[in-house]
Write a protein that binds this ligand. Structure first.
Ligand code: SAM
Length: 210
């Protein structure tokens, strides 16, 4: 059954969850719990915390998505990529990680929940050379912003955005971005039911007008 915190929290983020989507999100957590008994996929084991820190936190970037193609770099067990793919069935999501076992979990969930808009890629971001680049490249908890831009900048289309999900405002990380890139904005994110700071760093190519 869908959790009330999840449905209300998503609504606060501007997402009216369909019944099927809410059930898919809850099933994702059930599978995470199950696999977590055999392999260490997440340290967040309490259901309330999983809803806020995995599901709602992932969905909090929904309003910053643009275009059709989204890449999640260092997705781990699928955050933020899987929750976003569930609520955006018309966008294509590529979930990339350098650790194969985490992608095995994602592939299992993708089959179980029937998510045709998700594909996984096992490689390091800096080695990835896709046939087509991405409108949005997002990452959560994958090192300093500068490093993220160095590793993943080449994966973003002109006019696209790199989005780094952060806790506290990462002022020090923003002091020197790699050349060719500039800060578009730092957004304060309000994750429903979560009493912690969250920020989203939005980066674009430096020749773009903001
Ligand atoms: N994004 C997920 C989350 O927030 O739950 C996982 C975060 S986990 C702390 C960092 C992940 O980034 C790991 O799964 C690791 O394998 C992956 N990673 C680190 N460096 C990477 C790189 N250069 N290319 C691809 N994946 C990388």
């Amino acid at each position: 059954m869908a959790d009330a915190t999840l449905v209300a929290g998503a609504a606060q983020l501007g997402i009216e969850l369909e019944e099927r989507q809410a059930a898919q999100l809850v099933r994702l957590l059930d599978e995470l719990d199950d696999w977590n008994q055999r392999m260490n996929l997440t340290a967040i084991r309490e259901r309330g915390a999983q809803i806020t820190k995995h599901l709602l936190d992932s969905l909090s970037v929904q309003r910053f998505l643009q275009g059709e193609r989204v890449l999640d770099v260092g997705t781990g067990p699928g955050f933020p990529g899987l929750p976003l793919a569930i609520v955006n069935p018309t966008r294509q999501f590529t979930l990339l990680d350098s650790t194969a076992k985490k992608l095995k979990f994602i592939d299992h969930v993708v089959g179980l929940l029937e998510l045709p808009n998700v594909q996984t890629v096992h490689t390091r971001a800096e080695n990835f050379r896709p046939a087509q680049r991405f409108d949005i490249v997002v990452s959560r908890a994958v090192g300093p912003v500068e490093q993220f831009v160095k590793w993943a900048g080449h994966l973003c289309v002109g006019g696209g955005r790199l989005l780094a999900m952060k806790g506290r405002h990462p002022a020090a990380e923003l002091e020197k971005l790699p050349s060719g890139w500039k800060l578009a904005a730092v957004h304060r994110l309000n994750v429903p039911a979560l009493d912690e700071e969250r920020h989203l760093v939005e980066i674009c190519r430096s020749h773009e007008r903001l």
